[in-house]
Write a protein that binds this ligand. Structure first.
Ligand code: MIC
Ligand code: SF4
Length: 646
């Protein structure tokens, strides 16, 4: 039977299950990545498994999120990560070496291999023909231990690309158009596979932008064929031997197909506060802009920065605008510094060049002024994520961003009538891996150094026969993990300290939540559709667990968060009858009298609303493996209990 590319890679890595959409499969993981904000937890969990050395082909620990060192906490975490990497046999990418997804694509991604990363934008490497999936840190820790990664077999959505992009239209506009059409829920349970004659016209930088932001569709991952462009990129990275040609079989089918005519696209922009609130730039032109940021793992390649610099040449940033640029990696930084014009032009134009890291994307500095309009080349514009609650963040291509920085208002770059920048990637990138520390041959004697901010992992209790508690919070649709567990410069340093970080759970939604949860001895959360979209941060499950949350009752869940809840022993349940959502209110006392036996034996769970004296049914789609985890109180308990957990 002819296979599409996703099926081919999955088949090659399949350890258990069959490739039928919706059925659980287990796949072998070749590579893993972590970043510092999720990595400390992942390595604490890995350590708890008692395995002497990682069992993957390549595992890399990056430091890119928690880069502001305003006290000892982040620096201590960096030191812990460096020592733990050496001890257990991982590559360590030092702070300053760049954003994990940018560095990984440059130095490690291999077409046809699998990658599991504790960051939701791990699918970026799908731009190079990899099957790259984001997951919670605990799942990544388990993969580092050599166990398979389990997921339900996604549906494969084929995106047929036709034609080629017009000047000033970019990969960012392709993915923004897809977000416009499919919304932030449109990719859930799907792999987005690109095919067709339009693929060849897209540079690998454009492909990476598209696969990166496929995360915003809620997709499991996105993947491009590995072709001549891929080869050129790997040759330029001095890694030609890792290239292989990969694409779907000629007559392969897809579960669904969508067509995009690249020639018909125009510059697009996502409006506040969701990546799918997309309109053409011209529809919102003229809105005054106070900040512009080019960077993040979506758009911080050499190409992106060189285009911005060429547009800024002999011009100056508009007086009302603060314009920041972030080179995605040290390699990109060296290139903009070394080509004799990019960095010089940017500095001369008044741009603020930041260190290679996530920076403003995760609220690590550069919070906009009150009520400011900020135009960013990033991938997420959730409310408050920038660090300023009432800022209005828009997402657009580096070209559109730079046009706004020049004029001080939202501007379609085509309207500036500038010469179209011609930036070609060099035939050879400057490769200097001196900030990547390879794993030592044996790490046993290397001491793992823990600072006082690294606190022991909290443990979950096994599932009791019945659960009783009140609805601690009722929320609507599309609640993000940024709502549940905010990031930013104040909260991120507490990622290794669950008791401390749990004080911030739902801070921007209802700051009294942690106190209420503790005083009531735990309880339930009531959610709408697509609950937990966005980041892979398992703290959005771990911290609520610490506060006593026993179950989340929602209309539907985002994949990674759903898996994280299960991993930490919190029941994610959906309504048998969605209208029941309306009948439950915050503060209602609920009871699941036979939850343990019902989870064990079927798919339906009885929920009593004690306050309203009514009864309804919840359901779940757990596999046998997940049921065992839940009964044990989560994956770590399950592993410690003697079973492999997998
Ligand atoms: C994000 O973009 O939200 C993050 C910060 O990279 C997260 C990971 C995290 O919360 O540490 C992600 O996307 O998974
Ligand atoms: Fe970092 Fe932003 Fe990318 Fe997340 S989305 S990995 S915070 S640059």
């Amino acid at each position: 039977m002819p296979l599409n590319l996703s099926q081919k890679i999955i088949k090659e890595h399949l350890i258990s299950g069959e490739m039928t959409a919706g059925k659980e499969i287990g796949i072998r993981i070749d590579q893993t990545l972590t970043q510092d904000a999720t990595g400390t937890m992942a390595y604490l969990q890995f350590e708890a498994m008692g395995i002497p050395r990682v069992r993957t082909r390549r595992s890399v620990s990056y430091v890119d999120h928690n880069m502001l060192q305003t006290d000892f906490m982040n620096a201590d975490d960096h030191r812990y990560l460096q020592s733990v990497a050496a001890h257990y046999g991982l590559y360590f990418s030092r702070p300053g070496n760049g954003i994990c997804h940018q560095v990984h694509r440059e130095r490690f991604a291999v077409p046809g291999q699998t990658l599991l990363g504790s960051d939701s934008h791990t699918p970026t490497c799908g731009g190079l023909g990899m099957l790259a999936i984001g997951a919670g840190g605990l799942d990544v820790a388990v993969a580092m231990a050599g166990a398979p990664f389990y997921l339900s077999m996604p549906r494969i959505l084929g995106v047929h690309l036709k034609g080629s992009l017009e000047p000033w239209v970019t990969g960012k506009d392709v993915i923004l158009e897809l977000l416009r059409q499919l919304t932030v829920k449109g990719g859930v349970g799907r792999i987005i596979e690109y095919f067709g004659e339009g693929v060849a016209s897209l540079s690998v930088s454009d492909r990476f932008t598209i696969t990166n932001m496929g995360a915003e569709l809620g997709a499991t991952t996105s993947v491009f064929p590995s072709d001549e462009q891929t080869k050129l990129f790997l040759v330029a990275q001095h890694r030609e031997e890792e290239w292989q040609s990969l694409s779907a079989d000629r007559d392969a089918g897809y579960d669904e197909v969508l067509e995009i005519d690249l020639n018909r696209l125009e510059p697009m922009i996502a409006q506040p506060h969701s990546p799918d609130a997309v309109v053409p730039v011209r529809a919102v032109k003229g809105i005054a802009v106070q900040q512009v940021c080019v960077g993040s793992c979506t758009n911080s390649s050499y190409h992106d920065l060189a285009v911005a610099a060429s547009m800024m040449q002999d011009r100056v940033v508009h007086p009302d605008v603060s314009f920041t640029l972030t080179p995605g990696s040290k390699q990109v930084f060296e290139m903009i510094a070394g080509d004799g014009k990019t960095l010089t032009n940017l500095i001369a134009a008044g741009a603020r060049v930041l260190e290679s890291a996530c920076g403003p994307c995760i609220g690590m500095g550069q919070a906009p002024s009150s009520g400011a309009v900020s135009i960013r080349s990033f991938n997420r514009n959730f409310e408050g994520r920038s660090g300023t609650l009432n800022a209005k963040v828009y997402l657009a291509s580096p070209e559109t961003c730079t046009a706004c920085a020049l004029t001080g208002e939202i501007t379609d770059p085509r309207d500036l009538k500038l010469k179209v920048p011609t930036v070609l990637d060099p035939g050879k990138f400057p490769v200097n891996d001196n900030m990547l520390i390879p794993p030592p041959r044996s790490g046993e004697t290397i001491e793992v150094i823990r600072g006082p901010n690294i606190r022991p992992l909290p443990t979950a209790r096994t599932m009791p026969e019945s659960l009783r508690g009140q609805v601690l919070l009722k929320v609507g649709d599309n609640i993000t993990t940024d709502h549940i567990m905010p990031a930013g410069a104040k909260v991120l340093p507490l990622r290794s300290n669950i008791p401390a970080i749990s004080e911030f759970v739902f801070e921007r939604v209802d700051s009294a939540f942690p106190k209420r949860a503790k005083e009531s001895g735990g309880g339930f959360i009531l959610g709408g559709a697509n609950y937990g979209q966005g980041s892979s941060r398992e703290h959005a499950a771990l911290a609520p667990m610490y506060l006593g949350v026993m179950a989340v009752l929602a209309k539907s869940f985002a994949r990674i968060h759903w898996a994280n809840l299960i991993n930490f022993g919190i029941l994610p349940l959906t309504f048998e009858n969605e209208v029941d959502y309306e009948s439950i209110n915050q503060g209602d006392a609920l009871e699941m009298p036979h939850v343990r036996s019902e989870v064990e034996s079927g798919h339906s769970i009885t929920l009593r609303n004690v306050t309203r004296n009514s009864e309804l049914k919840m359901k779940h789609a757990f596999t046998r493996r997940q049921i065992e985890l839940l009964l044990a109180g989560g994956l770590l308990n399950h592993i410690r209990g003697g079973s492999s957990g997998n």
